[in-house]
Structure formats: C-alpha cells, structure tokens
Design a protein around this ligand. Structure first.
Ligand code: 1CP
Length: 333
C-alpha cells in the first residue's frame, strides 16, 4: 500500500504530502515548456509534455503523489464549448449551444480527451511514480456549471448567472454530471489511483442552494468513484460548514481551505483531512512558514492527515521554499 493510501485508510499518520498546483508556473522547467506552448488546452492535450510536466515536481521534491497535468476546463472543451486561456486574464469560454451539447456522444467526448488518458497511462509507468499515487481529477458539477455559464472566472466580479432559467440550468447540470463520470472512469481505467473533486467556487453559493447544486451532485460523483474501488478527495473551497458537507457528501478525504479553523475541523470531523496551509506562507520567511506548518502538523498529529495547502501553489513561489516545506513535513515527529 502507498504512503498516501495508508493515510487515507487511517492506518497511519505517515507525514504524507503533495501540493495542489505542484506542477506549474513556479517551476522554471515548466515555464520553459510553457513558453514554447502558448495554447494551454493544446499543451494539456499533448500527452508526452503533460506526462513530463506531471513528474517534474517529483524529480525535485520527496512528495507522495503526482497529480496529472490537465485542467478542469477540458470537460467544457470536450463538450464543444470554446475554451481559451488569455494571458493575465484567465479562461474565456464561448457561448453555449445547448442543442449541440445535449447531442454530444460519449465516443466523441472520450476521443477528444484521449490524450489525457494516454498521459495518465504513460505517467503511471514512469520511475518517479513507482510506489506512489497518481491523482486524477475533475471539477465539481457546480464549479463546471459556473465556468460554463459565467464564461470566465468569477473571481473579480459578481457571478453573472441568470438563475431564473432554472430548467436550462437543471438540464445542463445533468449533462455535466454524466460526462464528469465518463471522465472519471477513463482516468481510473488508465491508472489514476485517487480522484480529487475540485469545487473551487463552492463559496459563491447561498447555503439554501447547497443541497441541489453541491451536496447531491457531488455525492453522486463520490459514490461513482467509490464504486470503482478508488478513494475520493473533495475540496469544496469556501464552503460555510465543512462538517455538514462531509455528512452530506461522504468523501474518503476532505481537503480544507485556508479560511477554516483547523482546530475546529480536527474536533468535529472524523474522516481523513487534507490541506489548509495558506499558500502565501510559501512566499514569506522560512521562520513563519515553519511555525505555521507545525501548527497544522500539531493539530492533526493523532489523526489521519495529508499535508497540502489551502489552495494551489502561487506562481511567484520559490521552489526552494517548497523543498523546505516538504522536508519540514517529512522530518516532523
Ligand atoms: O501557465 C499558465 O498560465 C497555466 C496555469 C494553469 C495550470 C498550471 C492553469 C490555468 N491550469 C493549470 C493546471 C491545473 N489546473 C492542474 C494541474 C495539476 C496540478 O495541480 O499541478 C489542476 C489540478 C487544475 C485544476 C483547476 N483548473 C482548478 C481547480 C483548482 C483551483 O485552482 O481552484 C480551476 C479553478 C481551474 C481553472 C483554471 N485553470 C487555469 C486557470 C488560470 C484557471 C482559472 C482560475 C480562476 O478562475 O481564477
């Protein structure tokens, strides 16, 4: 059993660690590839390069898992919605043609994402990943819905979704869930050993709408992942009540953001916990980083815990700080 799987099965607190966005712009070796590959979707669909990028952080750091280099927005792309990543702006999506989307066939969708599945297949046989986990992922149905309808990141402005058109949203949600399951299944069949579900925009929703847009659809995916004998990690960033979420969705692991009090989580949640540390601590001093890393490790000392951040590694992070963090976690006792 891998170090991470032992942590998940509550068999040990194995000082295990991986990081969200562990591959990415803070690594010069990634930036070199990115410079020559301006089209981000094309880069994700280049199976040799995406496999190479996936193992880049494992060559540097003593981390316990790789996460496949891909993006949650490949799903709208494979459903026929245009997705472009504009420099210094983020994703831009085209208009939705519901007729077209509701007629997308499974074979057509899988064909478009074949390079992702091939990249997973290639990566799992690499030396760097022997005895380690390869994490596959999807966006949660709500977060995918947000991008498809808002057509850009909702981070700078109020969400621009017309919830009056409920029938349209409900029908789209059904299609999204169907294809997320297909995407999950193909990742597992090609070698993903864990699935993480990213609900990056869970925090935008009113609590009264959680059941319909977050709990029910995400539990549907979690049950599906579990039926494939694979653990599911859920990251509902910004959710108001993690305990209620865990009760409703029942994942194997709950990944927490940096806004939530880890002490409260440790007292109220009895499944494996992942993450929490504010990625900004990787940009500050080593002393401050150490104090805050110890805070999480102390709080979760006698609990099954996977060290990670409360969101992704920031692009201006010094890889040396990541190395320091990994060593702090591995040497903690
Ligand atoms: O060079 C660049 O500009 C690319 C930056 C980048 C990277 C490295 C994007 C654009 N996506 C990725 C890879 C990625 N995305 C991974 C790879 C594996 C790893 O973690 O190392 C993963 C898991 C994701 C998932 C993802 N994509 C999420 C969920 C996690 C999160 O960050 O909240 C989201 C929201 C996206 C959408 C996305 N992809 C990229 C951008 C700039 C955005 C938009 C973010 C926003 O709306 O602000």
């Amino acid at each position: 059993m891998t170090v991470l799987q032992k942590c998940i099965k509550k068999k040990s607190n194995g000082n295990c660690i991986w990081l969200m966005r562990q591959a990415g712009r803070y690594l010069p070796e990634f930036r070199r590839i990115r410079e020559n590959n301006q089209d981000f979707i094309k880069l994700c669909l280049n199976e040799n390069l995406s496999s190479e990028i996936t193992v880049q952080p494992l060559k540097r750091f003593d981390i316990d898992a790789a996460i496949i280099f891909s993006d949650i927005l490949l799903v709208p792309h494979a459903l026929g919605q245009t997705v472009n990543f504009k420099k210094d702006f983020g994703p831009m999506l085209g208009e939705i043609n519901f007729n077209k989307i509701s007629n997308v066939q499974e074979s057509e969708f899988v064909n478009k994402l074949k390079p992702v599945y091939n990249a997973i297949h290639k990566t799992k046989d690499k030396d760097e990943i022997k005895d380690k986990d390869l994490i596959g992922f999807v966006g949660a149905p709500w977060t995918i819905l947000v991008y498809m309808l808002n057509r850009k990141s909702p981070k700078n402005e109020k969400l621009n979704i017309n919830v009056n058109d409920k029938k349209f949203i409900d029908d789209l949600l059904i299609i999204i869930i169907k294809f997320l399951k297909i995407h999950i299944e193909n990742q597992i069949n090609n070698g993903a050993t864990i699935i993480q579900i990213f609900d990056s925009w869970a925090g935008l929703l009113d609590k009264k709408d959680y059941e319909k847009y977050i709990y029910k659809p995400t539990k549907d995916l979690v049950d599906f992942v579990k039926s494939k004998k694979t653990p599911a990690i859920c990251f509902p960033k910004g959710i108001k009540d993690y305990k209620e979420y865990v009760g409703a969705v029942n994942p194997n692991v709950i990944s927490i953001d940096y806004d939530v009090d880890p002490m409260l989580i440790s007292k109220t949640i009895d499944i494996t916990v992942q993450g929490g540390l504010d990625p900004n601590f990787l940009i500050g001093s080593k002393e401050e980083l150490e104090i805050n890393v110890k805070k999480y490790l102390d709080i979760f000392k006698d609990k099954p815990y996977i060290f990670n951040l409360g969101h992704g590694v920031l692009p201006n992070t010094d890889p040396g700080m990541v190395d320091y963090l990994v060593k702090l976690v591995k040497n903690y006792s």
